[in-house]
Write a protein that binds this ligand. Structure first.
Ligand code: F6P
Length: 420
């Protein structure tokens, strides 16, 4: 039997557990050597595929592939690169198919968010049209947790845990000196247009009055007067106020408070820097001393405090992607299906890529408290299981995590150069 090779690529912003997905995928492919060829990976994502820079993962040691499960970042490199419609980006699709042909690729796995699901779907259609069918499987990933259909997205649970732990710990610091020093602490988190990560800050609370006292969501336009009132009330009642703010918070006109003016290849605004805006707003009006922090890439790479649920699901998505390939499926993505809240149970399901592509799942209004500054019991029920469990990386004698760096050996090129 002729065994076709597999091509895997990481796409978009990385997560603390995207390599756990790569690990699940490569280990499962290696267990199915009778049916599957070698696993290659795009260097720096789809850009590497276009440039015919393909990493041969069969050159990596078993132990190093296993170590991907606990290593953050994107082990093969990632990128944000937009492929347009089949007509707009004809040369790119044709080049992808040429690369697939040259290296006998029968399966393409694209590990990313909504934009990547769209690309994988188009590649699947384009290959069929050119008479070179490739099984294209999307593999879910995004810390933003905004993909439709799947109950949650691998990467989110660990970021959620980092944010909940961080605001809990920082609040213990603030409260220690609040009577004579800092009264307000503002933590900025990612999530772009969806407030899932900000909402996770609310998991730090175990009873009424616990921090964070205020959460600012992209889904709720900022009411400055109401915010100041809420902060002042918290300081008067508890002596201090902890705030979690999403980078995607917008003013009453719907404009981002922290739009840097820069756009990525998909036209997304580069956000970041809303924490100092909010902290300034508060200190100028209320006069309270403040500190602020932007968790930025720290939250996206904090594998040391990953959620076990998240790591398990990330691995399972990689494994399921291979199982779908073995079943002959194309244009699909494995998803997480929640079967029960308490006790939490989940299983792997399957979604068509065209239903996942280019959509963002926002926080439903019923997950946000009536005043717009907190989360509800329903949100807590949804979020809590996702941060559950610890999965610490091994540590070395220096006291640092033992993260793996792969050899990432490239295959010999067979085609003329191409400029993406
Ligand atoms: O991948 C999603 C995300 O992490 C967003 O939450 C954030 O706004 C964005 O990526 C940052 O992207 P980049 O690292 O490309 O600037």
């Amino acid at each position: 039997m002729h065994k076709k090779n597999l091509l895997y690529a990481q796409s978009g912003g990385v997560t603390p557990v995207i390599n756990a997905t790569a690990c699940g995928l490569i280990e499962t492919a290696r267990q199915n050597k009778a049916a599957l060829g070698r696993v290659f990976a795009g260097k720096d994502g789809i850009i590497g595929i276009l440039k015919e820079e393909l990493i041969d993962t069969s050159k990596e040691r078993k132990a190093d592939i296993a170590a991907l499960r606990h290593t953050p970042g994107g082990a093969f490199g990632s990128c944000r690169f937009k492929l347009g419609s089949a007509d707009e980006s004809k040369a790119h699709y044709a080049r992808l198919i040429d690369v697939f042909k040259a290296h006998d690729i029968g399966y393409f796995f694209y590990n990313g968010g909504g934009d990547s699901a769209d690309t994988a779907n188009k590649v699947s259609q384009f290959g069929a049209r050119l008479g070179f069918p490739v099984q294209c499987i999307g593999v879910p990933k995004t810390i933003d947790n905004d993909l439709p259909i799947t109950d949650n997205c691998p990467g989110f649970g660990s970021v959620a845990k980092y944010v909940a732990v961080s605001i809990m710990e920082a609040s213990l610091d603030v409260v220690s000196m609040a009577s004579s020093s800092t009264r307000v602490f503002v933590l900025e988190v990612m999530g772009r247009h969806a407030g899932w990560i900000a909402a996770a800050g609310g998991l730090a609370q175990s009873k009424k009055g616990d921090p964070p006292h205020v959460i600012l969501f992209p889904e709720i336009l900022l009411d400055e007067k109401a915010l100041l009132k809420k902060v002042d009330q918290a300081v008067k009642k508890h002596g201090y106020c902890s705030v979690v703010v999403s980078e995607g918070v917008r003013d009453q006109q719907g404009r981002f408070l922290a739009d840097s003016g820069r756009r990525d290849a998909f036209g997304h605004a580069q956000l970041g820097g809303v924490a100092p805006v909010i902290a300034n707003m508060i200190s100028q009006s209320l006069g309270y001393k403040n500190h602020w922090a932007v968790s930025d890439y720290l939250q996206r790479s904090a594998r040391h405090v990953a959620s076990k649920t998240d790591v398990d699901q990330a691995y399972a998505m990689g494994k399921a992607a291979i199982q779908l390939a073995l079943k002959g499926r194309t244009g699909v993505m494995p998803v997480v299906v929640r079967t029960a809240d308490q006790p939490y149970r989940w299983k792997v399901g399957e979604a068509p890529l065209d239903k996942v592509a280019n959509q963002e799942k926002m926080m439903p209004r019923r997950f946000i408290s009536a005043d717009g500054f907190g989360i509800t019991a329903a949100a807590r029920r949804y979020l809590e299981p996702l941060i559950r469990g610890e999965d610490y990386p091994p540590y070395d004698r220096r006291g640092l995590p033992k993260y793996v760096r792969l050899k990432n050996q490239l295959l010999a090129k067979k085609l003329p150069p191409f400029k993406p």
